[in-house]
Design a protein around this ligand. Structure first.
Ligand code: GLC
Length: 680
């Protein structure tokens, strides 16, 4: 007889699970299909997410339970390290950094006793009003896929199962429990699923189904998504669990749909209900076996692996992890405007600095939904500046409500920093009972913030606006009146320290936007936070703005630096299975800096309707002044394919393509070269 032990091979696990299935009663099998989290435990813990949610497992057969905790901005159990939100981390364009963050999250999950992490949130930012925009990485499927895969890699290294969510087409918050997403096959395959496929290929252990419907069926019941595509075509071997409340609507729907586990506790996957569905012939025993097998196999795979280290409680929120949170905040901030090079500020030239705005000195690290990480102490902008500057510069802070006082203070100061933006009331996971979060009604700042910016800007030429938020903020009403704008995001527990270093040039900003900021929000796809039904079309974000030639405030991929870069000598090489683009990038300024080199493939010669161009590769590089680097980026040829819904297959057109490389998605900022894919 095989027993559960460390270092089991996949074959041993498979044999063991088959043996166990033969021994188990129906009730024991059904136990694998549910979370065990009862309300009294939540009450006992004094709140949701204070410890892991357990489920499945079998004492008789020595199979541990899974122990779920959430993210994505860190482990939600109190004490954990709070990172900048995912949208900020996406703006770092640095998947290696994301993998290191995953590494920390994996360690902290284990130190809290968890083994399942629900924070690989990779839904597509179809419209910036989406309330949970902050939990994903941007508007582009390729970029989101790379980041989701990196987080998965990092977390799973510590034998924590990662959950990619919310599968699929979950891009409206308030209507998430009811909205039906109409979508054609090509759009589903090319725009809304590739990032999930990327994470599955990376070996992501579990998938969380979304609340919404796709083509009339709830995602938790959606056999086309779960059985045909995920488990069938993609060969996913892990298990699928539901989203938290109302993720399953009935026993038969869930089981036939391919949903393996109901979370956080059984309502429809109760033994009695499953048994009666079986007796009525509405579900089969094979379905139950399949679900139980997937769950046990996945748990055993992760819990029997040798651990790379020990996971003592001292790891939780330790200095090393906080250092990474600082690095992440530094690498993700995006400099949007810097006229007459007002930034970085020079310590020696400033005597007095004023800091205004409602987020200057309050904790504002993201929403209060399922991803909220509770931390007592946060480095706010004011704290960060005070710590960084010590007594060398006088800092005067005010919330900016009294505009007469603001004017007076501005006049006395050399520089004024205005910290404005959004918080958990404006955007976030929608929690009806608490009346918080949800989607945004408006993409601009609040009127009071705009008034504050305008007031400060009218009194000084040295007005720096720092924006806090998790998605696009339109700035047309005021952006021409200020010389400098920095997107600082919800920047985590070390955010204020990172901000100070950036404002004073100790860190040169290198982040870039992972979404389009429109001039006119009307140009964005139709969005209705209360929709019962909505059509998700093929174009959104930069593909839409490219195609329609709409005016932009800031393009996808945009971000400034304290130095400048020049590009030249673009080359392309076409091999059997890959296209290699290369370009020389030179730091033409006076300070060292990072540049995000982006590679897009253009489809101008396509025989079908295709985007003007699509992001297919990127690399963040560091350059000393005057240094030149030859940057090579490889694109697997299969990534050029489009989905032909007639033939139900991915096809690569044999045409001339354009390869673009440069520092933003704007055509004028890109170098280009043609290449051909021929019939072999
Ligand atoms: C929710 C969220 C999901 C989260 C889950 C558990 O309702 O939609 O993202 O993982 O609760 O915290």
């Amino acid at each position: 007889m095989i027993e559960v032990k460390k270092g089991m091979s996949e074959k041993e696990i498979e044999d063991y699970v088959n043996y166990v299935l033969n021994q188990m009663s129906l009730e024991e099998k059904v136990d694998q299909m549910k979370g065990k989290r009862f309300l009294f435990k939540v009450i006992q813990d004094r709140g949701v997410g204070k410890r892991t949610y357990d489920g499945a497992g079998s004492r008789r057969f020595n199979i541990p339970s899974f122990e779920f905790t959430d993210g994505p901005r860190g482990v939600i159990i109190p004490g954990s390290t709070c990172f900048p939100v995912s949208m900020a981390r996406g703006a770092s364009w640095d998947p290696d950094l994301e993998e290191r963050i995953g590494n920390v999250i994996g360690r902290e999950t284990r130190a809290h006793g968890g083994n399942l992490y629900g924070g690989v949130c990779i839904n597509l930012l179809r419209h910036p009003a989406w309330g949970r925009a902050q939990e994903t990485y941007g508007e582009d499927p390729f970029l989101i896929g790379e980041f989701g895969a990196a987080l998965t890699r990092g977390v799973q290294k510590h034998n924590v199962m990662a959950t990619a969510k919310h599968f699929a087409a979950n891009s409206i918050e308030k209507a998430r429990f009811k909205v039906n997403v109409k979508i054609d096959e090509r759009t589903l395959r090319e725009v809304y699923l590739p990032h999930f496929k990327r994470c599955v290929d990376e070996g992501c252990a579990t998938i969380m189904s979304a609340y919404n419907k796709v083509r009339g069926k709830y995602c938790g019941h959606n056999d086309y998504l779960l059985r045909d595509i995920l488990k069938g075509e993609w060969g996913f071997k892990g298990f699928v669990h539901s989203d938290w409340m109302y993720g399953v609507k009935d026993t038969v729907g869930g089981v036939t749909g391919g949903l393996d586990v109901e979370m956080p506790r059984a309502k429809y996957y109760k033994y009695k209900k499953i048994k009666s569905a079986l007796n009525n012939g509405e579900i089969t025993e094979e379905m139950i076996d399949e679900a139980a097998k997937r769950v046990m196999r996945t748990i055993l795979k992760y819990t029997t692996r040798e651990d790379p280290q020990n996971y003592g409680e001292d790891l939780i929120g330790c200095d090393e992890h906080y250092k990474l949170a600082l690095e992440a905040a530094e690498r993700s901030m995006v400099l949007l405007k810097n006229d007459s090079v007002i930034l970085p500020l020079d310590k020696n030239e400033i005597k007095k600095l004023t800091i205004f705005g409602k987020y200057a000195s309050v904790k504002n690290i993201g929403d209060y939904g399922s991803s909220a990480v509770s931390v007592k102490e946060v480095s706010t902008p004011l704290k960060g500046l005070r710590k960084y500057l010590g007594d060398s510069i006088e800092i005067v802070g005010s919330n900016g409500k009294d505009l007469t006082l603001v004017k007076e203070l501005v006049k006395e100061a050399d520089v004024s920093v205005v910290i404005v933006g959004l918080n958990w009331r404006d955007e976030g996971e929608y929690i009806k009972e608490l009346r918080i979060g949800g989607d945004r009604d408006n993409l601009s700042l609040h009127d009071k913030d705009i008034e504050l910016i305008k007031t400060v800007a009218s009194e000084t030429e040295n007005c720096i606006v720092v924006l806090i938020g998790g998605s696009a903020i339109t700035m047309e009403e005021w952006k021409d009146q200020v010389p400098a704008i920095l997107m600082a995001w919800y920047s985590g527990v070390e955010g204020g320290n990172a901000l100070a270093k950036i404002l004073f040039g100790e860190v040169n900003p290198g982040g870039k936007l992972t979404f389009t900021i429109p001039k006119d929000p009307q140009d964005l796809p139709f969005f209705d936070k209360n929709a019962d039904e909505i059509e998700y079309g093929y174009y959104h974000g930069y593909t839409l703005f490219d195609k329609e030639n709409y005016e932009l405030a800031f393009p996808f991929g945009f971000g400034l630096s304290y130095t400048t870069f020049s590009y030249g000598n673009i080359q392309v090489e076409v091999n059997n299975d890959r296209i290699i683009g290369s370009i020389e990038v030179k730091n033409t300024g006076d300070v060292a800096g990072d540049e995000v080199v982006q590679l897009y493939i253009g489809f101008e010669k396509s025989q079908i309707d295709r985007p003007i161009k699509l992001l297919k590769g990127f690399k963040r590089i560091s350059l000393e002044p005057n240094e030149t680097k030859n940057v090579k980026i490889e694109v697997p040829t299969r990534n050029l394919a489009w989905y032909n819904q007639e033939s139900k297959s991915w096809e690569i057109e044999k045409i001339e393509y354009t390869l673009y490389m440069g520092g933003t998605s704007k055509k004028e900022d890109l170098q280009s070269i043609q290449f051909i894919i021929q019939n072999k």
